[in-house]
Design a protein around this ligand. Structure first.
Ligand code: NAD
Ligand code: TYD
Length: 327
């Protein structure tokens, strides 16, 4: 296929691009290269990169020629940043998704929106299905939910071949270290404190990034237009246990754990039921223990990837967020 992959220079997008190139797809990436989007993520890959925002019709027009389908990963993705600086979340998720949908509609292109389990909100027990109501709680998840509704409306109103794929918490190579797992790995490797929000008893449903990327590809090829597919990981884990596993894998000390002020409006538990995606023929292959080991090994072996991040603007972000400097 000839794909336009928006946000393809980020964490999940670049893993998706790597997998799809190996399967023979031709790919153009449209990416604004925000702090989270990096040319390094696409290094050595045979893709055309157009630098621009999905809210910019001219950038889309430049990138879209010859494509059969659009997969949209482009987003602001960190809940903590959505709490302190929500503007970019509204621009990219609302205006950006709208602009991209219009471009897809003009050209009658198949369209996959990459979304998140966070649109359903928090669940105490059981798992969300695609029928669960949307009850987002942060500016991140609320704007992602808004984008999903707009995508669904383009199928319903204009007959656009649009699909939505909702993933659970991803982890793996190339994830920007503001997120729990890479942050804890790099801090543990450096002997920096490991900041656990609140009581650390929140639960997340973890999926290895390659499993999610394959799931999105599967929905792109086999999903029914107008449908939403949950693509969740095989394991759930309590945050504090995740941190302790990382301590064990890096050989760091338990004393690095530091309980810090909780995130405002913090969702307690996410859990995604993925029967519909499994019925389509997709299955997660990587259990959390194996994926976490691979991820720790990747960060240990890829200093050249993260060293520029840890010595750049990320330091100022970290200081604002955690009220202390990185070591
Ligand atoms: P990321 O932050 O690593 O990457 C986002 C990418 O989008 C970056 O390359 C960035 O430069 C680009 N981007 C941001 N705004 C843009 C704009 N206006 N125009 C063009 N490009 C723009 O994020 P990620 O973790 O790879 O997430 C990708 C998608 O998957 C997002 O839509 C996110 O909501 C969804 N998702 C993420 C997770 C997770 O755990 N990370 C889980 C489920 C779903
Ligand atoms: P995060 O990786 O930000 O993903 P999300 O909020 O989208 O699930 O956080 C995962 C969990 O880890 C979440 O419950 C918040 C918690 N967390 C910490 O305890 N400390 C941290 O420094 C970070 C970044 C997250």
């Amino acid at each position: 296929m000839k794909l336009l992959v928006c946000g393809g220079a980020g964490f999940i997008g670049s893993n998706f691009v790597r997998i799809r190139l190996a399967q023979g797809d031709e790919i153009t990436v449209l990416d604004k290269l925000t702090y989270a989007g990096r040319r390094e993520n696409l290094q050595d890959l045979d893709v055309r990169l157009v630098v621009g925002g999905i809210e910019d019709p001219a950038a889309i027009a430049d990138a879209i020629g010859g494509c059969d389908a659009i997969v949209n990963f482009a987003a602001e993705t960190h809940v903590d940043r959505s709490i302190t600086e929500p503007d970019a979340f509204v621009t990219t998720h609302a205006v950006g998704t709208y602009t991209l949908l219009e471009a897809a509609r003009e050209r009658s292109l198949r369209y996959v929106q990459v979304s998140t389990d966070e649109v359903y909100g928090s669940i105490e027990s059981g798992s969300f299905t695609e029928q669960s109501p949307l009850q987002p709680s942060s500016p991140y998840s609320a704007t992602k939910a808004g984008a999903d509704l707009l995508v669904a409306s383009y199928h319903h109103t204009y007959g656009l071949e649009a699909l939505i794929c909702r993933g659970s918490n991803n982890y793996g190579p190339y994830q920007y270290p503001e997120k729990l797992i890479p942050l804890m790995i790099l801090n543990a490797l450096h002997g920096d404190p490991l900041p656990v929000y609140g009581d650390g008893q929140q639960v997340r449903n973890w999926i290895f990034v390659e499993d999610f990327a394959r799931g999105i590809g599967h929905v792109l090829e086999h999903g029914a237009p107008g449908e939403t597919y949950n693509v969740g990981g095989p394991d759930e884990a309590v945050n504090l246990d995740v941190v302790k596993r990382i301590i064990a894998l890096t050989g760091a000390s338990d004393d690095l754990i530091e309980y810090v002020t909780d995130r405002p409006g913090h969702d307690r538990r996410y859990s995604l039921g993925s029967e519909k995606a499994r019925a389509l023929g997709w299955e997660a292959q990587v259990r959390f223990g194996e994926g976490l080991e691979k991820t720790v090994a990747w960060y240990r072996d890829n200093t050249a990837w993260w060293a520029p991040i840890r010595s750049g603007d990320y330091r100022a972000y970290y200081e604002r967020q955690y009220g202390r400097a990185l070591g």
